[in-house]
Design a protein around this ligand. Structure first.
Ligand code: COA
Length: 465
């Protein structure tokens, strides 16, 4: 049975920190953010927003847009790494908010859980719900998968320039208008790692940034190898002599902790894919140097990072490779449009891959490209660490949805934060009733009970007309 994404909606907080102001405050060259990382604005949540209300707002948008009633939703899953409760699942808060609009008990039939595995959990949630539909268990109801996160790092840390926040809701069914997932090819890779983690009670993560970058690349490559094996085995792809996956995947959507990570990941995967093809000789001539090899090619990630001679040469090779016509053509045609939204919004953890997908649809449509029948490959990565690679094909009906997409209108009028306001929000110095913006037709957090009692941690939300 077919299954895939029928529609997609976003909710992005309207406050933002400008990259130039941020760089000035931290004594950084603004070009490090804008050119080096691809970050020009970071969406920041107000004092009356948490990841549950971002998720509920994205769900409400998709339900209202499609005129859906709660009876039509069979499952509601929330994937997040910004969880604020060790036990109560975030989807219960989301359902509580939606019932303020649709009526108490209106979602009673609707199953679901909160999923966690850093930034990759949304992809696992999509996969599980796709299989619920494929198994014929949905009784023609939709699954609603919402990925919602607030990417927040310590003040003054190197991760602080890669923050952001927002939610993406995806409606899944057996006759999707946007994208139908390819069956039997979804592939994963997993390993116990400490590249990025957030121990109990800590609001911000402990991050080994460069290590997480490298792990991302290696884990995605491993999952891609398995995807390729399955795609050949199932006959999804017929690889002719001298071809690579690049000949069979029209668009790549990458996990985007910052926009330029998409470029880096593409460069790594393209090298991996072309290395054993006849084209590689031409590529090496274009690059003007041989591809470096680590002293111990079978070593651990730690030993490779410690091999400073290799790391320097490899970085030089990657920079030259990224300037070749071969790479530039692949980048422009297969990835560039998916990176546009991330530049002005920032990191959305679980949601960043799907914001990228939406960005690709909107900006390729604006370029006049006909996406019907195009295969999208998804490279999802979550620290800790696991990668998932999967694919799907764009349906003819996508046009009716994509032509209405407009990122700026959907976010609404944005307000630039001063450094003082940003730092106050970051350090949680403002109460929910001291929000900087007035809410309009959205859910907000009203109160978190913090007096030690049997109600400690309870959250109260309201829908503001
Ligand atoms: N002008 C232009 N580019 C500049 C620059 C300047 N003045 N200064 C630095 N750059 C470039 C660097 O060359 C580098 O580009 P490259 O990656 O192509 O080599 C880029 O900007 C980033 O600089 P770098 O020195 O690597 O940054 P950093 O080590 O201070 O921090 C992260 C970068 C991503 C590691 C950090 O922000 C972080 O830890 N983020 C959170 C974790 C994360 O996002 N992990 C990703 C995997 S999930």
């Amino acid at each position: 049975m077919a299954a895939g994404i029928d529609d997609i909606s976003i909710y992005i907080p309207r406050l933002f920190m400008d990259a130039g102001d941020f760089a000035e405050a931290r004594g950084l060259d603004p070009q490090k953010l804008v050119k080096g990382l691809g970050v020009s604005k970071m969406a920041i949540v107000d004092s009356n927003q948490d990841p549950a209300c971002l998720a509920a707002n994205a769900c409400l948008k998709i339900m209202q847009k499609n005129k859906l009633s709660p009876e039509q939703i069979g499952r509601l899953y929330v994937a997040t790494e910004s969880s604020f409760d060790e036990s109560k699942a975030m989807n219960s808060y989301v359902i509580g908010m939606l019932e303020q609009v649709y009526g108490a008990g209106s979602f009673q039939h609707c199953g679901g859980i909160e999923c966690k595995f850093a930034c990759v959990s949304g992809s696992y949630a999509l996969y599980d719900n796709t299989n619920w539909i494929r198994a014929g268990e949905s009784e023609e109801k939709y699954a609603l998968v919402v990925v919602s996160d607030i990417a927040k790092y310590d003040l003054g840390s190197s991760g602080e320039m890669t923050q952001g926040g927002g939610a993406v809701a995806m409606l899944l069914n057996d006759s999707p208008r946007l994208l139908e997932f390819d069956p039997k090819v979804t592939s994963t890779s997993i390993k116990n790692e400490y590249d990025f983690y957030r121990p109990f009670g800590k609001e911000t993560p402990i991050v080994h940034g460069q290590y997480s970058n490298l792990l991302y690349l290696i884990q995605v490559k491993n999952a891609l190898n398995d995807y390729k094996r399955k795609a050949l085995k199932t006959g999804l792809i017929d690889m002719k002599e001298g071809q690579s996956m690049l000949d069979h995947i029209d668009y790549f959507n990458m996990h985007l902790p910052y926009s330029n990570m998409g470029k880096k990941a593409l460069a790594y995967l393209v090298r991996h894919e072309l290395r054993n093809t006849p084209k590689w000789k031409e590529v090496i001539a274009e690059v003007g140097m041989e591809e470096p090899v680590p002293k111990d090619p079978r070593g651990t990630i730690e030993s490779i990072i410690a091999d400073s001679e290799f790391m320097t040469k490899d970085s030089e090779f990657t920079k030259r490779f990224a300037k070749t016509n071969t790479y530039q053509e692949i980048y422009e045609n297969k990835v560039a449009s998916s990176l546009i939204a991330s530049k002005s919004i920032g990191n959305l953890y679980t949601a960043s891959l799907y914001l990228g997908f939406r960005s690709c649809l909107e900006y390729e449509f604006q370029k006049g490209v006909n996406l019907e029948g195009k295969r999208f490959g998804f490279a999802s990565y979550g620290s800790g660490s696991s990668a998932m690679v999967f694919s799907g094909v764009i349906k003819p009906e996508h046009l009716s949805i994509v032509k209405e997409m407009n990122l700026e209108t959907e976010i609404g009028e944005r307000q630039k934060l001063s450094l003082e306001d940003y730092e106050e929000l970051h350090e949680n110095k403002l109460e929910p009733n001291q929000s900087l913006l007035s809410a309009r037709k959205e859910f907000v957090l009203e109160h978190v009970e913090n007096i030690s009692s049997d109600k400690r941690g309870e959250r109260r939300y309201a829908f503001i007309e």
